[in-house]
Design a protein around this ligand. Structure first.
Ligand SMILES: Nc1ncnc2c1ncn2[C@@H]1O[C@H](COP(=O)(O)OP(=O)(O)OP(=O)(O)O)[C@@H](O)[C@H]1O
Length: 544
């Protein structure tokens, strides 16, 4: 994700080289003025000095602007990319990694807002260091070697400590990821937590507090190590100044004026050196964040899983056949947790099929396969007599669904509008929601509904998609007895009359006689597939 392209590197150098030369010019003038040397300078030194300051300032302003623009572009583009990855991801991937991965990836991206600061300071500091060292060499080879040896020893000790830090920063990120999981539990399980003192206490004391304490201690340790090593380098430089001031004069390697130049240089480069040292902390965080974002992107990279193309408007549906379809759930160790299949089933146009079976028998898993959200591990899906790689996309263009955990979006992401839409108004009446919603406007539809009402709204939106196949997963479970009866006895027959094919997962055995077919799952396989007639219902012990 974070890669320095040649173009960017050249741009950096185009700025950094003149900037460093100009900045060095400033130091050079100060140095010579202090040491009483004329050097290369003449009577207009003051003007030159002013000119250098203005030029460096202008150069910095221009460059910082460009760099800021580039990094914010990078940041916000990557935010969009991460969002896109989630949208393209397959359902099994999302179920495996969970929403917390998304939040931490966004947080990791935010780390890169320090990028402009880090890059400019690093490049400037490095070049300045190089120029100062060259200058020191020009004054005395041996003295420069001594100073560089001492600086290298300091840098070596520093780098050694730094190498141990990446792992610690990574562990800290892991703690924070876990923390987001607890936040998610609090948000989603707020009511359950409110009801139980012990649950709250356990979450707080056994999970959240240890997590935060560990994170706090590690965060402190990381920062303390960086701080200490920063201080060592700062005071180490004073030590080097001491050596130059009090030992080098006895060696005869430097004149008195050059000693002043050396001290000025060392004091001057203490800034760049401290910058470089402090920046290591940011770079360590960059490295960790970059690695994690790369992992996120590769984890969610399942291009073959997600339909990328918009399909044509819903076409006609004639039949759908599942041939020897299999699907397995695996745990992290790769062991199979549940197997669905072999499933062989044909769904014909205009049928009303009820999918029944006990809890955990595989009904919802089948629905996820039927709607193309899960990809079969084996078998063939034949749509309208043909199979092939794009059948899933076509299938999805024919299906509108309301899932058990339905969600009403905060905005209208659909191709239809609700404002003054006569079809929407009539569906509101059909679902007996016209008095609840009030107006046929977007604003009125985006409000809080009761669970049963929200299911009705979801069904309205599904019907507005005008697709020939309607899939409902335990849709009526949240409806009151009156509306449930109305749904089975009035709404479903109406949908059939309109030519819709309805596949509904249900436990409502009182209404089984209203289906055309009943398909029963048990332990991941279809154990019954019966055409409904009153006699059949009486003779078959479907529920057994
Ligand atoms: N994401 C998942 N990862 C692993 N196992 C899963 C996952 N989803 C479901 N299962 C398992 O697969 C089996 C079938 O689940 P499924 O949700 O299809 O059952 P169901 O028939 O819809 O049940 P219910 O009537 O309770 O909704 C169950 O044993 C369940 O624990």
């Amino acid at each position: 994700m974070l890669q320095l392209k040649t173009r960017n590197a050249l741009f950096l150098l185009m700025y950094a080289i003149p900037n460093t030369i100009l900045s060095f010019g400033i130091v050079y003038i100060i140095n010579n003025a202090l040491a009483g040397k004329k050097g290369l300078l003449g009577a207009d030194t003051g003007w030159l000095f002013l000119g250098l300051i203005i030029c460096t300032y202008a150069l910095n302003i221009f460059f910082q602007r460009q760099l800021n623009r580039y990094s914010f572009h990078l940041l916000y583009e990557n935010e969009k990319r991460v969002f896109g990855k989630i949208l393209q991801s397959s359902l099994p991937k999302l179920e495996k990694f969970g929403a917390k991965r998304f939040f931490t990836a966004v947080e990791d991206l935010r780390t890169f807002s320090f990028l402009p600061y880090a890059v400019t300071h690093t490049v400037n500091s490095l070049l300045m260091l190089v120029l100062c060292i060259i200058y020191m060499f020009s004054l005395s080879l041996i003295a420069a070697m001594v100073v560089i040896l001492m600086i290298s020893a300091l840098a070596g000790a520093y780098l050694y400590v730094i190498r141990t830090m990446s792992k610690k920063v990574s562990i800290l990120r892991g703690y924070n990821e876990q923390y987001f999981q607890y936040v998610d539990d609090v948000m989603k399980g707020f009511k359950e937590l409110k009801l139980s003192f012990f649950r709250r206490e356990n979450l707080m004391n056994k999970f959240l507090t240890p997590n935060r304490n560990n994170a706090r201690d590690l965060d402190f340790k990381i920062n303390y190590i960086f701080l200490s090593i920063g201080l060592v380098s700062q005071y180490g430089l004073y030590f080097i100044v001491g050596v130059v001031l009090f030992l080098l004069p006895f060696t005869g390697w430097l004149s008195a004026a050059d000693i002043i130049a050396y001290v000025v240089m060392i004091l001057f480069i203490s800034g760049p050196i401290n910058n470089l040292i402090n920046l290591q902390q940011i770079f360590t965080r960059f490295r960790v964040a970059n690695g994690r974002i790369k992992k996120f992107v590769s984890d969610f990279d399942m291009l073959d899983d997600a339909p990328q193309q918009a399909t044509d408007d819903a076409s006609a549906f004639s039949d759908l056949t599942f041939k020897d379809i299999h699907f397995n759930y695996h745990n992290d160790a790769g062991e199979t947790m549940f197997s669905l299949g072999p499933v062989d089933l044909q769904v014909n146009n205009n049928e009303t099929i009820f999918i029944i079976g006990g809890n955990g028998s595989g009904k919802s898993t089948f629905i996820n396969l039927l709607t193309g959200l899960y990809k079969p591990t084996a078998g063939k899906i034949v749509l309208n007599g043909a199979d092939g790689p794009h059948r899933i996309e076509e299938l999805q263009s024919l299906i509108a669904a309301v899932f058990t955990d339905n969600h009403l979006f905060s905005q209208n992401y659909e191709t239809f509008s609700l404002d003054g839409n006569p079809e929407y108004s009539s569906l509101l009446r059909l679902m007996q929601l016209d008095k609840v919603v009030g107006e046929d406007t977007e604003a009125a539809a985006r409000r809080k509904f009761s669970k049963g009402q929200s299911k009705r709204m979801s069904l309205i939106f599904a019907l507005l998609e005008k697709k020939p196949v309607i899939v409902l997963d335990e849709w009526a479970a949240d409806q009151d007895p009156h509306f449930r009866k109305y749904f089975y006895e009035t709404l479903l027959p109406q949908l059939k009359e309109q030519g819709k094919t309805v596949i509904a997962v249900t436990h409502d055995d009182a209404y089984f006689h209203l289906a055309d077919r009943i398909v029963k799952f048990d332990k991941g396989v279809i154990v019954k597939d019966i055409r409904v007639s009153t006699e059949a219902l009486h003779s078959e012990a479907i529920w057994s």
